[in-house]
Design a protein. Structure first.
Length: 595
């Protein structure tokens, strides 16, 4: 959750409902375990949690009992009352709560707030009380518990959590819960959670044999299996064809670069903690590249550029390497080595509005081609500290905003949320179950053109500084593939399916005819396999459906006699017998329409 969205959430009624629910849960837990110790209990993105030090491990039965008691407390309609007090008064209240005493010490010194977050100035110390439960808390809360819908609150699970996230400190029990305005919203949320589990790209990746991650190879490094590699190749072929048609020039750049390159770009100053340790070659230090930008800039700088040469659009599927802690790695979605579908645009100031229109519409075209139709954009503008001239920033921001409006894309302005080197558009898509995913970014950069002294010769014969725009479209092939898997739940559209047709002979005597059909389908460009296993027809159909193959063609005596195939769809539809020509026409139509 970005900072602006977080601020709006923390000001919302839903945030107060969830924060208050955490306190209500803590009351119910302490009633059940009077000697229990409480730590912190904040609201989070879609719920809340509270950490406890309890005399025994919690069971599912405990959660059900605590949840039932929470509903009773809510219906009792207790007021939340805030009190400002001194550190001495707070210590007296929490004398039997060591975790709260530690937080009070931190608050008094200006070190940590009551949620364990670092502080830069000493805050006001306050508590909130409802019924018998009092908590060290800055709020906010609902006015009274009755404002919470008791049927829209649910406890989800228990997990272990070290106090302050420090493995040298006590292990606590963290109870996660969620709260919504209405039972309907709660049920929709629970449905999405279950659906997300079914769509988990790691689970589907194993089931469909698409990719793997091996400890022997290294965490966060992806092995693409043949079927996954086929989907990637198809996506990349489409990507390349569309980029070439749109006037991009393809470039390829090395995986490593000298330390001086990264010093000039600023990465060693601002990004070194995310870069891997250097290797020494002939007395020079080299780093694995975390980004492609400096290489593209050197390609630009290899020639004297004229105003007539611009705009230039360099595109590359460049593999980069970024250090991520093992705890945040997540299948294809968070990795250490990934291929960025990167591009950099270099243009004149007068070309900028048209160039932004071009790149935004190009991003939308590609994303729509992969089956995404709902978009939300975020426009991040000039922060307090920045490089570049004020007029440059204003022109760039105006161009980005006007382009969004012409494209009729809903957007929000994140005032002051841009990077120090330029404003940007973040383009998010919604998947099949309504989750937002950050994919495309269109980022102005006033910093690197200065650092690398980029120029072009204008009509006046004088050097001028070009505008530079970073553009990531799919983000990375790894992450985008993970999003695709979850969006389609592994049932990829026909054009992306690694196997489009499974031929299922009913008996061994139909194998020869199946092979003949296969040969004709392959001539038409379809990806087809014959299931020649000595299994029953229904078992073969079930396996093909489990593998999410779009078309199953059953062939038996009738089909062989009439030169036909009996079509079954992975959706369960059963169109039945048809000529091979009719099936090929159907498949070609689905492929052309990217169904």
């Amino acid at each position: 959750m970005d900072e602006k969205v977080k601020e709006r959430y923390e000001d919302s009624l839903l945030y107060r409902i969830r924060h208050s629910s955490a306190h209500i849960m803590a009351q119910a837990v302490l009633e059940k375990f009077p000697t229990g110790k409480v730590a912190i209990g904040p609201a989070i993105d879609d719920g809340f949690y509270y950490d406890f030090d309890l005399p025994r491990a919690l069971t599912p039965e405990d959660l059900a009992e605590i949840e039932s008691r929470m509903r009773e407390i809510i219906r009792e309609d207790h007021a939340f009352q805030r009190q400002v007090l001194s550190a001495e008064q707070a210590r007296a209240i929490f004398q039997d709560q060591p975790y709260k005493l530690e937080l009070i010490d931190g608050l008094e010194s200006g070190g940590y707030d009551e949620d364990g977050n670092p502080l830069f100035e000493k805050p006001e110390l306050s508590t909130y009380q409802h019924a018998s439960f009092v908590d060290l808390c800055r709020g906010p809360h609902v006015e009274h518990t009755g404002l919470i819908n008791p049927d829209a609150v649910k406890l989800m699970n228990v997990a272990g959590a070290y106090w302050r996230g420090d493995e040298r400190r006590p292990m606590l029990q963290r109870i996660y819960g969620t709260a919504w305005y209405s039972p309907q919203e709660l049920q929709e949320y629970l449905w999405k959670l279950e659906e997300a589990k079914k769509r988990d790209h790691r689970k589907i990746g194993r089931e469909l044999d698409l990719f793997s991650v091996k400890d022997e190879v290294g965490a966060g490094l992806i092995l693409w299996h043949p079927k996954g590699a086929k989907i990637r190749m198809l996506a990349e072929n489409f990507w390349e064809k569309e980029h070439e048609a749109a006037g991009y020039d393809f470039v390829y750049t090395p995986h490593i670069g000298k330390s001086s390159l990264w010093e000039t770009s600023g990465h060693l100053g601002f990004y070194k903690e995310n870069m891997y340790a250097p290797i020494e070659i002939e007395g020079q230090q080299y780093f694995l590249k975390p980004m492609n930008c400096p290489f593209h800039i050197h390609i630009y700088n290899d020639h004297t550029r004229s105003y007539r040469d611009l705009p230039l659009r360099f595109a590359e599927k460049g593999t980069v390497y970024r250090y991520e802690r093992s705890g945040v790695l997540h299948g294809l979605l968070r990795v250490r080595g990934f291929t960025q579908d990167d591009a950099h645009h270099f243009c004149r100031a007068d070309q900028m509005p048209d160039e932004i229109d071009f790149v935004l519409n190009f991003c939308l075209h590609i994303l729509r081609s992969f089956g995404f139709s709902e978009f939300q954009a975020y426009l991040s503008t000039k922060p307090e500290k920045s490089v570049g001239e004020l007029q440059q920033w204003q022109d760039a921001q105006d161009a980005l905003q006007a382009s969004l409006e012409r494209a009729h894309i809903p957007y929000e302005v994140d005032a002051g949320g841009g990077a120090f080197y330029g404003p940007k558009i973040d383009l998010k898509i919604k998947d099949a179950i309504g989750r937002e995913w950050q994919l495309s970014t269109i980022q102005f950069d006033f910093n690197l053109p200065e650092r690398f002294d980029l120029t072009y010769v204008g009509e006046d014969g004088q050097p001028h500084r070009p505008y530079m725009v970073h553009r990531a479209l799919l983000g990375s092939m790894e992450r985008f593939f993970g999003v695709l898997i979850e969006h389609y739940a592994g049932a990829f559209p026909v054009w992306l399916s690694p196997v489009q047709v499974k031929l299922i002979p009913i008996a061994d005597r139909h194998l020869e005819y199946a092979e003949q059909v296969k040969a004709q389908l392959k001539k038409s460009g379809l990806r087809v396999e014959v299931d020649d296993r000595p299994e029953r027809m229904n078992a073969k159909i079930r396996d093909a459906q489990m593998q999410k193959i779009p078309y199953m063609l059953v062939v038996g005596d009738k089909e062989m006699e009439n030169g036909q195939v009996a079509l079954r769809m992975r959706s369960g539809e059963n169109p039945g017998p048809m000529s091979l020509a009719d099936f090929i026409a159907l498949a070609e139509k689905d492929i052309a329409e990217k169904i």
